[in-house]
Design a binder for this molecule. Structure first.
Ligand code: BGC
Length: 259
């Protein structure tokens, strides 16, 4: 267990996914984790109360007393959950900030979309750190998450995974879960990814795409096969991006005096 330091510029981030709830203490100057990550399985069914209790166990593991940043795999506006594509539908309409804060004994909590958190972290500390201009991060996993960041400023809840691409939702066409379910080769799957990227680049004209999610670890096998116009690079922070971005968002919320 890592003892949180009072003086250091640190935050605690918790990344909630379909299979795991992962937390870590983040050095907010470097974007690196201080000590080990701690991961528990996501409870099934993944109801708000069950997930909030798991988050509390992760936070307690670190003995963390400050504000906590938490990701959620759906749309979150002002702490309120609006969608639940790949988690228990009981989340819809829930005040996630409230439910998680209660599980943490009233501690302040900042909740944001998982891909938005990953985008913030990659832009500042990872694959986008040398890039100015518009960055679109996409996470390929069970679904497709998206983040749009312009010179460090996030446009939250973009949800490009639900855009219709050639008559089908983007994430039903090109999430990495579809590649697995259909047992597709990288060649076959990247044809679908290319279609999704083209629709996004024609609408937003980003300077750079960052490809995240577990499959970005095998990026050399598939990024060279893409045929869209905008450069695509692999995410650099791998499975820590959500934790780092959550801690960053919590710090910003604290600085602007959110409850
Ligand atoms: C959700 C997004 C989320 C993505 C990755 C999508 O189904 O709608 O909000 O970022 O999955 O978890």
């Amino acid at each position: 267990m890592t003892a949180p330091s009072d003086n250091a510029h640190q935050g605690l981030g918790v990344d909630v996914g379909g299979s795991g709830v992962k937390g870590g203490i983040v050095d907010l100057d470097t974007g690196k984790l201080v000590g080990e990550r701690f991961k528990l399985p996501t409870p099934q069914p993944s109801t708000p109360d069950a997930v909030a209790a798991t988050i509390a166990t992760v936070v307690d593991h670190f003995g963390w007393q400050g504000r906590v940043g938490v990701t959620y795999p759906g749309v979150v506006t002002e702490g309120l959950v609006r969608t639940a594509a790949n988690v228990d539908k009981g989340w819809i309409g829930t005040d996630a900030q409230d439910v998680i804060s209660k599980a943490l004994g009233g501690r302040s909590v900042t909740v944001l979309n998982d891909a938005d958190a990953a985008g913030l972290a990659e832009e500042k500390f990872g694959a986008g750190r040398d890039n100015t201009g518009v960055i679109v991060l996409l996470t390929f996993g069970t679904g497709i998450g998206s983040a749009v960041i312009n010179n460090g400023v996030l446009l939250p809840n973009t949800e490009f995974g639900h855009l219709e691409v050639d008559g089908k939702e983007a994430e039903h066409r090109a999430a990495s879960s579809i590649k697995e379910a259909k047992d597709w080769s990288y060649e076959r799957w990247t044809k679908e990814v290319t279609k999704v990227l083209v629709v996004i680049e024609n609408a937003v004209w980003p300077d750079l795409f960052i490809a995240g999610g577990g499959i970005s670890r095998k990026a050399d096998k598939w990024i060279p096969l893409l045929q869209n116009r905008t450069p695509v690079v692999a995410a650099a922070l791998e499975n820590e991006a959500g934790i780092v971005g959550a801690a960053m968002a919590a710090e910003v919320a604290q600085a602007i005096g959110k409850a």
